[in-house]
Write a protein that binds this ligand. Structure first.
Ligand code: UDP
Length: 480
């Protein structure tokens, strides 16, 4: 048996306050035909990073909705996870190829993990490249027709070709793949069903629950932050794509104008990310002798409560990524009413289209300039963040993600019924033959009304997921 991750219990009813009673009712209706379905989510780490964050919240809710859901992680040593991090980096475009030895390590550890996958499931959702090859090595013995989904959370729009070619055969046998944006689907992706489903944050998790400002201040004071001085924070794995050294360089530019500015870099060390230690050492070297820079990790006791306090009390949250899957931290900060300055990459513009949430940047200078502006214009910053919070409420809360996934499960387990066609702007389900159509490149999109079609055409970038086809658009309604 693979290692099972223990999670607590949670009731879907608790989400009526944040996501609306209708969303909860919709989930109950979607889950009813799936009652008893055995679903396994499989990834590589129980903590640190967005996937673990989502699964920790999602599994209890799937159980509350009546599915028999498990969460397991694969096992591997540091050598294996160095290889999988290299694959992760390669999928995001890093040029280093895998050596023959590294390929062999990936195969051997995948085969060993597959041998421990000894329970029957109706559906197995495999997250990211680390456990991808288990499908290939799993001996099904024809006992049970398990459906397999590959859920890719990273930006695979321009993968390193050699790494991608190495992985491609392991996609054989998957029934569906899910990406965060349509733009992330590699051009030669095999012809399985592809859905585009952006992730979401859990408004009921300790990280995102309301926190009394007095308590939040005490939490940050306790760990050494001077809460009466200006503070900017980046909360991220210590990863080159999150550009923590660029964050420090920009902070130094801002500090010329705001001498008492503090920078907090809050980073988690995931089980499957040995590279984090190298980056951590680089950050420490770059931050040395600057008392304004605070570096915290989960290993020194900074956990959900502290992250909640940082995202709430910082004047600006920074996410200066140079590649990004979705960037849950952006929605987490906006949900708390804090403005964000973030790299214009991956799923971040989806969360913060122009004029909402803060500013998108593509250089250290722009990040410094925009952050300085927000430090000097706190009221305007709050107003931007409030718009961001409204957008998160509409599109990026967990019930929407669950609804999208339950639809996919039902389609796959129901014997491949036609996928629901939804308006990519408002998310309404469309009956066959209704609505208006528009061709975008090779794809024909359907909209519930001329109004939605026009909204799509003037702001196509905000609906990047639609590029993959009419399925999988988020259900958040513009008509609300
Ligand atoms: N996170 C955390 N502590 C840290 C750093 C990150 O709890 O020190 C969490 C963060 O709050 C978010 C997740 O890890 O929920 C990171 O997800 P994101 O999508 O931003 O990035 P990923 O790590 O998946 O690339």
């Amino acid at each position: 048996m693979l290692e099972v991750v223990d999670v607590g219990t949670q009731s879907i009813a608790a989400y009526a306050a944040s996501a609306g009673a209708e969303a909860v009712e919709e989930l109950r209706a979607l889950a009813a035909p799936l009652r008893g379905a055995r679903v396994l989510h499989l990834n590589a780490t129980p903590y640190g990073g967005g996937v673990a964050e989502i699964l920790r919240s999602q599994i209890p809710l799937l159980r509350d909705l009546g599915l028999a859901a498990d969460w397991c992680i694969i096992r591997g040593d540091e050598v294996f996870f160095r290889v999988t991090k290299k694959i992760h980096n390669g999928l995001q475009g890093a040029p280093e190829p895998l050596t023959a030895d590294e390929q062999e390590i990936y195969r051997a550890i995948s085969a060993r993990n597959a041998a421990h996958l000894d329970r029957d499931y109706d559906l197995i959702v495999v997250h990211d490249p680390q456990p991808l090859a288990l499908r290939h090595y799993r001996a099904d013995h024809g006992r049970h027709a398990t459906r397999w989904i590959w859920r890719c959370h990273i930006d695979t729009s321009e993968p390193n070709p050699t790494v991608w070619q190495f992985l491609l055969p392991y996609l054989d046998g998957y029934d569906a793949a899910v990406f965060t944006l349509g733009a992330f689907v590699p051009p030669d992706f095999p012809a399985v069903r592809v859905d585009v489903i952006p992730p979401a944050i859990d408004p009921e998790s300790p990280k995102n629950l309301d926190l009394d400002p007095g308590l939040a201040r005490r939490v940050l004071q306790w760990i050494g932050v001077e809460v009466d001085k200006p503070l900017i924070t980046q909360v991220s794995r210590f990863d080159p794509w999150k550009d923590p050294l660029g964050v420090i360089d920009g902070y130094r530019l801002i500090r010329r104008e705001v001498p008492d500015l503090q920078l907090a870099l809050v980073g988690s060390m995931a089980l499957d990310d040995p590279q984090a230690w190298e980056i951590y050492r680089q950050i420490q070297a770059a931050a040395a002798a600057d008392p304004g820079i605070h570096v915290f990790t989960n290993l020194t006791g900074v956990s959900n409560l502290e992250v909640n306090a940082f995202q709430r009390l910082s004047d600006v949250i920074v996410q200066k990524s140079i590649r990004e899957g979705f960037g849950l931290v952006v929605s987490e900060a906006l949900w708390k009413g804090t403005p964000v300055v973030a790299g214009k990459v991956g799923g971040i513009p989806l969360q913060m289209p122009k004029g909402i949430g803060g500013f998108l940047v593509d250089s250290i200078e722009a990040y410094a300039e925009r952050t300085l502006w927000l430090l000097r214009h706190p009221e305007e910053g709050k107003a931007l963040a409030e718009l961001g919070r409204a957008r998160v409420r509409q599109r990026f809360l967990l019930p929407r993600l669950l609804a999208d996934e339950l639809r996919l499960y039902a389609d796959l387990l129901g014997g491949g019924q036609a996928a629901v066609v939804r308006d990519p702007v408002c998310g309404r389900s469309l009956e066959p033959g209704t609505g208006v159509e528009t061709r975008v490149g090779d794809v024909v999109l359907r909209f519930c009304s001329e109004n939605c079609r026009r909204m799509f055409l003037v702001a196509q970038d905000s609906y990047a997921w639609a590029a993959c086809g009419p399925e999988g658009a988020p259900p958040a309604s513009q008509h609300e």
